[in-house]
Design a protein around this ligand. Structure first.
Ligand code: 3UK
Length: 505
């Protein structure tokens, strides 16, 4: 089923197909004041594709930057780019001019569709990067805005006859360290991810209503909130502001059934669950960071729902190791998603046995293709994708996350995984959030240090937290230093930026 012919356009498969099969009246996408069926999204995307081709001069292979919060309008722009045979370069809404400039230069972006509310930073970036020929603003009432232009175009469009291995999108990594890298994904990759994890692990249906927080510029959000619902004819709610309390209210309001967000968001929602009617909810997906056992337990207690954890990466487009509902096992990430293979390698690239900690290596229908980046040869070796994560396989074949390889702490001759210490701290009632890093220490090489955000009404008791860790995991892993903070540095995708904790010490 993962064999593709020479020709494939992802928009034909995910969007036009439903209209062709007389399913165009199904609800498809809502948010930002609109509510579109499949036929309506198709018409919107067709008009925009006509603007791209007839007015803006886009030709197949052009890179088109997309900038905006999650909205149906952004989804229409994404499909328009795919229909036109161009390459979608979606960017995170919080990016500033300097970062946008890097994306434009690196991806050789020639055109942009930008939410009018976020256009200033992009205009500033364009001044420094004239390779970007034009910016067309959407959700704008200007006469040259996208809506006015689209209204003058026909609602029909013949999708460009792309090859299955033509590039469909360039996604940038979120940059927990260093410079963001652009990753290329083909039309067949877009369809492949819809046929792997959603089919075998998520098992959503046409009647489902998807909702969540990750931006469509993050492939976790692109898949979870747009591609996967559309691959089964379901509908999706796109939220411009998905903070935990707003997400909860939106789940209740839209009677959402499938939720995608990060572990920290589930944790932050937990104490507020009782204030909302979440009876519609049946599946909750967690990814982006390791899911602490305490967060899984809290969510289960509050909602009765077992979180579906899975690890994905921008380089692999989406999730490749995951639980299913039947096999959710606290503390582990799950097993390779059917279609993918995974193993654990030592530093020399040799496979390790069960229980041994090493580098996670993955192979499957999707994989890493960096855009002009020498790090390609580090990420892909012998056909295996090395994700930069330390893992072990337990004796039941479950993959157990340890840390980002760069985040392993070596203290007094011991290897200590920061996230394991974080998980132990998170099981203490006083801890709302925490981050654990290694700090240089003359005697021990590195010293385990924790940054802790306290829950409201709790005092910062260093000794009590240290004793709790010693009683929960091997005592030598306890944080010898603890600093209290009011918040922790996170990426827009909800990931803890440990490198910033190291810098701000
Ligand atoms: C970490 C996890 C433990 C891990 C992503 C789902 O996160 C995504 O992509 P990124 O490129 O980051 C990849 C890295 O994030 N990670 C993600 N999920 C988990 N660690 N448990 C998890 N469940 O270090 C990985 O290498 O930002 C996630 C779908 C699409 C994605 N792009």
């Amino acid at each position: 089923e993962l064999q593709f012919g020479p020709k494939l356009n992802a928009a034909t498969e995910l969007l036009d197909r439903w209209v062709e099969q007389s399913q165009g009246d199904r609800p498809c996408v809502q948010g930002a004041g609109v509510r579109w069926t499949y036929a309506q999204l198709q018409a919107e995307a067709n008009r925009i594709a006509n603007v791209l081709v007839n007015e803006l001069g886009v030709v197949p292979g052009n890179r088109v930057l997309l900038r905006g919060a999650n909205t149906p309008q952004l989804a229409a722009c994404w499909f328009a780019v795919i229909k036109a045979g161009a390459i979608a370069v979606a960017t995170m809404p919080l990016l500033r001019a300097v970062e946008l400039g890097k994306v434009i230069a690196k991806a050789e972006v020639t055109h942009a569709l930008c939410d009018a509310a976020l256009a200033d930073e992009l205009a500033a970036a364009q001044l420094q990067n004239p390779v970007l020929r034009g910016i067309c603003r959407y959700r704008s009432s200007e006469p040259d805005g996208l809506e006015a232009r689209a209204a003058r175009q026909p609602a029909t469009f013949t999708n460009v006859d792309t090859a299955s291995d033509d590039c469909a999108l360039i996604a940038f990594t979120s940059g927990t360290t260093g410079q963001p890298k652009g990753t290329m994904h083909f039309h067949r990759d877009v369809i492949a991810i819809c046929r792997c994890w959603p089919v075998h692990c998520l098992r959503a249906e046409g009647s489902d209503v998807f909702i969540g927080s990750p931006p469509l510029a993050f492939t976790f959000g692109l898949g979870g909130l747009l591609l996967f619902p559309m691959s089964v004819g379901a509908s999706t709610v796109l939220l411009e502001k998905p903070a935990p309390e707003l997400l909860l209210a939106a789940i209740a309001q839209h009677r959402a059934t499938v939720c995608f967000t990060a572990p920290t968001s589930y944790r932050a929602m937990t104490p507020l669950v009782g204030q909302h009617d979440l009876s519609s909810l049946r599946k909750c997906v967690s990814a982006g960071e390791a899911l602490p056992a305490a967060t899984r337990a809290l969510w289960k207690q509050a909602t009765g729902i077992e979180l579906l954890d899975g690890i994905g990466a921008t380089e692999l487009l989406h999730i490749f190791i995951s639980h299913t509902e039947e096999t959710a096992k606290g503390g582990a990430t799950g097993k390779p998603v059917p279609g993918y293979q995974a193993c654990i390698l030592d530093d020399a690239g040799q496979p390790l046995r069960a229980g041994q900690v090493g580098h996670l290596a993955v192979k499957g229908p999707t994989g890493c293709r960096y855009l002009a980046d020498e790090r390609q040869h580090q990420y892909v070796q012998d056909g295996w994708n090395l994700t930069g994560d330390s893992y072990l396989i337990d004796d039941e074949g479950y993959f157990v996350y340890q840390a980002r390889t760069d985040d392993m702490i070596i203290s007094g001759g011991y290897n200590i995984a920061g996230p394991e210490v974080e998980a132990a701290l998170l099981s203490h009632p006083a801890v709302a959030e925490c981050g654990v890093i290694g700090v240089p220490d003359e005697e021990r090489g590195q010293l385990v240090k924790a940054f802790v955000v306290l829950r409201e009404g709790h005092a910062g008791d260093v000794k009590a937290l240290q004793d709790h860790v010693k009683a929960t995991i091997a005592p030598y892993k306890y944080p010898r230093a603890i600093e209290f903070r009011t918040s922790l540095p996170r990426t827009e995708t909800g990931k803890l930026q440990r490198f910033r904790l190291r810098d701000t010490r």
